[in-house]
Design a binder for this molecule. Structure first.
Ligand SMILES: [Zn+2]
Length: 344
């Protein structure tokens, strides 16, 4: 099979002819029809998500089941499927509680610890394979597993957003942010989008932002206070997660507000930041983060897409052979919306 293989961290993808993987008893062989590619890959390619080399990366997989291992009963050849990219144990306290992305025996990621979707076929554990509902395309389903499901987890579990809450999305015009806005609207929120380019903010408005702020050369929190009669927002979802966005996001929170970090700044979380600790007590603010989404949340997200409540925004599609060129565009954040490789 044709595969794009990475032999060193941050190294180029090398096109190779690899044998089709042999399935074990609990594996599913997927004929890949599309594989999404977003900024998560930039960190993953640098080795920051663990794993080993050489590696076929790519986790936003949509495809058709080609073959299943003898013990697999949950899907069959011909089924349309996508993939959850956290390799979890299924029996620890967190897995049993339905918070499996916190798994005590976490086995790493599809596309880092095991080969992923930058190839014609991918061998995936059956427990990570999720059916694609009718009416959803392969690229859209792949993107839903990450960019939509993460936001579903954010608003349902981390912020517990209620109708009329004011939500600030930092990085609103990015590939995840435009989905953050759409999901916030499902919860009935009033959404303020912040970003650094008017082009991206136009996109944010198109996908539902009620108000937008171009924060270039401005203090974001002051602009937010102007828009909220000095009361601040109920939640901030921070896609950028630098020291500056973190501090400005916390300042933008109103009483009882929740700040959610989504991006993981390198190497690990914003360091050396200054926030007013008294706000934890006097304003009962919450600072938290989001560890992707569970398989159940991916299923729910696919249902939201099927019902037309969220539109996965796949604005760029490429053949896999262009992976190196596309990766450079992703690293430089030069693409609007989400990107996917599609297979004939
Ligand atoms: Zn577990």
């Amino acid at each position: 099979m044709k595969a794009m293989v990475m032999h060193e961290w941050n190294g180029p993808y090398v096109e190779e002819d690899r044998p089709i993987p042999e399935v074990g008893p609990l594996d599913v062989l997927i004929k890949v029809k599309a594989c999404g590619a977003g900024y998560t890959l930039t960190g993953l390619r640098a080795g920051l998500n663990g794993g080993s080399l050489p590696r076929i990366i790519g986790h936003e997989i949509g495809g058709i089941v080609e073959e299943v291992g003898p013990m697999v009963t949950t899907c069959k050849p011909g089924d349309r499927v996508c993939v959850s990219f956290y390799l979890t144990c299924g029996h620890c306290k967190w897995c049993v509680r339905g918070r499996e992305t916190l798994c005590d025996n976490f086995g790493g990621f599809v596309g880092a610890a095991i080969d992923g979707g930058f190839a014609e076929y991918a061998k995936i554990p059956a427990s990570n394979v999720i059916p694609i509902p009718e009416g959803i395309g392969f690229a859209e389903a792949g993107v839903t597993t990450d960019a939509v499901a993460t936001n579903w987890h954010v608003f349902k579990e981390r912020c517990k957003t209620k109708p009329n809450d004011r939500v600030l999305v930092v990085g609103a015009g990015g590939g995840v942010g435009i989905h953050t806005i759409q999901v916030a609207k499902i919860f009935g929120a009033h959404v303020i989008g912040a970003d650094v380019s008017d082009e991206k903010l136009e996109l944010a408005k198109k996908y539902g932002a009620d108000e937008v702020i171009n924060v270039t050369g401005k203090e974001m929190s002051k602009e937010v206070m102007k828009l909220t009669e000095d009361s601040g927002v109920d939640a901030v979802v921070d896609m950028v997660s630098t020291k500056q966005t973190f501090e400005e996001s916390v300042k933008s929170l109103g009483r009882g507000g929740t700040h959610v970090l989504i991006a993981v700044p390198r190497p690990r979380g914003p360091a050396d930041f200054n926030i007013d600790g008294g706000r934890f007590i006097f304003d009962e603010i919450t600072i938290t983060g989001c560890r992707c989404a569970t398989r159940q949340e991916i299923r729910e997200s696919l249902e939201l897409v099927q019902r037309g409540l969220v539109k996965p925004v796949v604005m760029n599609t490429f053949p896999l052979g262009e992976a190196n060129k596309v990766q450079e565009l992703i690293d430089n954040m030069a693409l609007l919306g989400r990107t996917a490789f599609v297979f004939e």
